[in-house]
Ligand binder design. Structure first.
Ligand code: SF4
Length: 569
């Protein structure tokens, strides 16, 4: 028995019985779907375990244990074929032929008769049963609470052993059922749960399978907001963009260093980087790449113009259930149409809202027509028909786009705009829009990968080589709210000027300084908090991208009744 003992992946880890006892859904997310995220509690727990986890040790076999031998061994692996379980014991103490597993926990001992929570007691009891199964005498364990520095003895009573074995069996059946347990209802456990942003307990309970599919509901008939604000409103980490041609990104300690030849031009703390975007000719050292991969930081390789050409990610997400369902759903015609209707409806609704709020002297009853396009899109009989309706709505919307722009007389000609053109964009407004849509696509790709999807298989956009179809599907509702809104703000606030563009052979592009300002404005927009129209809480656009991706996943796996696009009122 030692830290080097090999562990079979089929064996059940004892710490998972703790998760199951805390919440069966948490157990399923972690054990079956292999979801993982840090909360303040798990980080603190990791800190408490740093000594026992980094040191390895071994203990004498039970047969060699003499009365006179004292054991004090850290990080001991123990397993049992009979129980089908394994455990890593933080500390194993032994004396007079008996051993005691010691489990380290953060926090203080609770004020309960047992002075320990049930999840902790069953986890420790399973460790004791594993030790017994390996021939050791063991009838008690100890939980050490780091904050209060208390040792709480946990006797392995017949009652606790029965409860532990019951939990072990229930956890196994839950894992084998292939059905994720429902979220807890209004539980005080959720705010402290590390997976709350992935589980979305209150959101899933609110939109449960018995609700009407939301895209067919009018905004006024939606349920009253009654969801706790459990999703972190913002992400503390930031996207890092490197666009200087010939620049290189290297690693120095816990810093990323960006160099122009030998000169360091910028530095970023690794722990503050959420993703790294490399535009054009930028080099990345192997050391930096390895460290970013170890920290789950996605690296996006873009052309100088912002076209996404490659994505470097850590190994694919382990939630195979979701990808399997995604691939299955992509072959279901009616489901694809339903989702496509939702994406297009959300886009038209948000385009209309943006135009209604910011447009001046709107003509031809465009607001009314956009509402009409949206209603027709929600009833489209086929993807082809939907595509046509989306095109009609886009013509109306972009035909009035300049009515949202306030430009000085000398910039009028530069920002004149009548319709969308791309590849390459032939005027500054189209150049800005194309660049923003590329950035939004890039962020949705990262979000979808993190949520366990394959971003290249969509429901509305058809797969084509190199086209992240699902990301393009999901950004539809966000194009007006994030991308168009940034473009309008940049022009109207004078942050971007005619001199920020360069025109070559009929193609228009941003100059480096202008592009830097555009990226800053885009990141500011992603950080802007808005009130969620269904859930009622305040959350940043960056987080909403993730919430929508996860809700799509919950819909595909049958947990909620429909996919509702994010629409502002
Ligand atoms: S958020 Fe609540 S329901 Fe969801 S896994 Fe955590 S404890 Fe369970």
């Amino acid at each position: 028995m030692s830290s080097a003992q090999s562990l079979s992946p089929e064996q059940f880890p004892a710490r998972m019985i703790n998760e199951f006892s805390y919440c069966p859904r948490l157990f399923y997310l972690e054990y079956v779907q292999q979801e993982w995220d840090h909360s303040a509690d798990t980080l603190e727990g990791k800190f408490v375990h740093r000594r026992v986890d980094t040191q390895s040790g071994s203990a004498p076999a039970a047969a060699d244990l003499e009365d006179s031998v004292r054991i004090h061994a850290r990080s001991i692996d123990v397993g049992s074929e009979k129980l089908g379980a394994i455990a890593r014991i933080d500390l194993l103490e032994g004396e007079s032929g008996w051993v005691t597993p010691v489990d380290y926990k953060r926090g203080s001992a609770p004020d309960t008769p047992e002075r320990a929570w049930e999840p902790e007691r069953v986890q420790l009891c399973l460790q004791g049963l594993l030790l017994r199964d390996n021939g050791y005498n063991c009838d008690e364990g100890v939980i050490y609470y780091a904050k209060s520095q208390e040792r709480v003895p946990v006797p392995f009573t017949a009652e606790l052993i029965a409860r532990t074995l019951e939990m072990l069996n229930e956890a196994r059946s839950t894992a084998e059922s292939g059905q994720i347990p429902p979220p807890l209802v209004d539980s005080p456990k959720c705010p402290r749960c590390s997976l709350v942003g992935i589980c979305l307990p209150d959101e899933v309970n609110l939109l449960g399978p018995s609700q009407l599919p939301l895209p067919l509901q009018e905004p006024d008939s939606r349920p009253e907001p009654r969801v706790r604000n459990l999703v972190p409103a913002r992400d503390d980490k930031l996207a890092l963009y490197v666009q200087g041609q010939g620049h290189s990104v290297g690693l120095k300690g816990d810093l990323l260093e960006i160099r122009d030849r030998k000169e360091v031009v910028a530095k970023a703390r690794l722990m503050q980087v959420s993703q790294l975007s490399l535009f054009g000719n930028v080099q990345l050292s192997a050391q930096a790449l390895r460290e970013l991969a170890a920290r789950d930081v996605t690296i996006l390789h873009l052309s100088y113009g912002g076209w996404l050409s490659a994505v470097t990610t850590p190994p694919p997400h382990k939630n195979i259930e979701l990808r399997r369902r995604q691939f299955q759903a992509a072959g279901e015609k009616n489901l694809c149409l339903y989702l496509a209707q939702a994406f297009v409806s959300g886009k038209i609704r948000n385009s209309r809202t943006l135009l209604r709020r910011n447009g001046r002297e709107l003509t031809d009853n465009v607001i009314h027509r956009l509402a009409e396009w949206r209603h027709r899109a929600e009833k489209a009989a086929s993807l082809e028909q939907l595509l046509g309706l989306e095109g009609s709505a886009a013509r109306d919307y972009f035909g009035n786009f300049t009515r949202m722009l306030k430009v000085s007389d000398n910039a009028c000609a530069t920002f004149d705009f009548t319709s969308r053109n791309r590849r390459p964009p032939r005027d500054p407004v189209n150049a800005l829009l194309s660049f923003m849509y590329s950035m939004l696509t890039k962020d949705m790709v990262v979000t979808l990968i993190g949520a366990g999807f394959d971003p290249y298989l969509g429901f509305f956009h058809q797969p084509r080589y190199g086209r992240p179809a699902l990301a393009l599907d999901l950004i539809e509702e966000f194009r007006p709210l994030i991308a168009d809104s940034v473009v309008i703000g940049l022009i109207n606030n004078g942050e971007i000027r005619p001199s920020d563009f360069i025109s070559r052979a009929g193609s228009v592009a941003l100059k480096p300084d202008g592009r830097k300002r555009v990226l800053e404005a885009y990141e500011r927009r992603l950080d802007t908090e808005v009130t969620h129209p269904v859930f009622g809480y305040s959350v940043s656009y960056r987080r909403i991208l993730e919430v929508q991706a996860r809700l799509l996943g919950r819909f595909l796996t049958g947990e909620i009744a429909g996919y509702a696009p994010f629409c502002t009122r």
